[in-house]
Design a binder for this molecule. Sequence first.
Ligand SMILES: [Zn+2]
Length: 592
Amino acid sequence: MRDPIIEEIKQRINIVEVIQEYLPLKKAGTNWKGLCPFHSEKSPSFMVSEDRMMFHCFGCGEHGDVFTFLMKQEGYDFPEVLKLLADRAGVKIERRDPKIAHERNLMREIVELTSRFYQKVLTDSPQAEAARQYLSKRELKPETIRAFGIGYAPEGWETLCNFLNKHGYKDDDIINAGLALRSVNGRGVYDRFRKRIMFSIRNHQGETLGFTGRLLPEDEKKPDAGGKYVNTPETGLYNKGGDVNKEALIGFRTLLFGLDLARQDIKKNDLAVLVEGNMDVISSHQAGIRNVVAISGTALTDDQLGRLGHYTKHLAVAFDADTAGANAAKKGIVAALRNGFIVKVIVIPEGAGKDPDDCVRKDPLLWKKAITEAVDIIDFLIANVRLNNDLRSVDGKKEAIKQILPIIAEVGDPVVQAHYLKVLSETVGIPDDVIRSQLPKRGNAEASPRQTDAEAKPRLSRTRMLSERLLAIYLTDPKVRPEVQNGLKSEYLEGEELKDLYGWALAGYTQNIISLPAPREERAIELAEILPLKLDVEPAAEPLNEVKDILNILASLHRQAVRERLETEMRDAETIGDVARIEELTRAFKEL
Ligand SMILES: [Zn+2]
């Protein structure tokens, strides 16, 4: 099953170096340890082994290799991690379709170069004076403009095309990248974006895939100026939802503006704030509130939600107060609920402006407060119905149920759904089984409830800890093996997988055979890699003595456990007066 390319990458990449980019690691024996990034802890139980090319957390049980680490830490898909690490390791991956790969690389180069071109024009060109003034009026700092890759598309029909031609790119490729159009007579091409402020649209990894161009305010009223916002059309690199060639576009269907700069903060806060406009994102980031992303004009897609779900399942949605915004919000919210998100609504306080951008510029604290005080979606909807209806009247109750129940019907998580039904039932004063009986069928019934994040693992029992320690020493120190093999009975060990591991190791050491069926063997191999890491945290000073001690304790813990079991069974036998069973158990007691 082991892919030679993946193995080669793992060999070439130092897992310690990669993980150290995210958290400090200290040397512990031959391994490294640090505070686990996947659960919260005060003393380090996260181990990284350079030799074994793996990590393991003894607190929460997360473990894996450098691929698993990046997928968990960054929320990347496997193909993304593969590409990232292959680049880093200098390993070439064969693409399935070299033509698509070539076109995609070409487009990416063109878009990247164009982004730099627009940025340079914005900072240096006299033509961009009005744009610079506009941005400074919106109080954007130069570092913010740089961080978001904001630029300016100059006036003129061929400025960009000429620039790109000079860099060796052909007209057809520029058209494919969505940056130019063929003129009506078919003979020439011209720039798609002219005299616009350009926002880079990037994926979560920070690669520029397209642009949104915004008119200068002075041009907004001109009849021939075009729409206030123009997006790059759907290209191989960018699309705004809908059917696309997934082979060509894998990884590019999920764009949310600002996600590349927001994702770490989203994860840290376990909350994504969703706004409508790019400027909302930019000013919020500038004010230090960075867990904010925007959808660009459309409703949230399942793909975007899937991407976001890598970082959090909590969404706070802020939309403009106009009706279009409310509708878009509704559409996005239903999709989010269906995808298992917990959704809140951010209400921008009275007098703080019409959108988050206004609000932040007025006072970042107001915006921060609005996010903190976001209300649960169902409470928000109930309050909305209450505005125009008396919920004590029959009509009011019916109206509330009519408006809110279809939304509750979409909730993907059954626990959340039951909670909402209860809230609605209490609000209108109608029993929740009556309301539940009205529940419409879901628009999209396929979604299964997602598993909630694993709860913190319970503390290990003493027997389990000693079993693990004993086996760790047994696996790493050949000198103690005879002692263990003489003194250890499999039933002393706690956990079927440890019993398997011991049986497997024993058969391997003494008879050179593999004694387990494949899936259990894999688990044993895994444990054989993981357990010895523990010894690096607490090395065995005198392995042989420690092994003897552990064997004694395990034997006595085992006797104690057996005695307790016999006692329970004895009480049961006495209760029902089973004489034969009582005699049998008495004999077993004596044998102990
Ligand atoms: Zn952990």
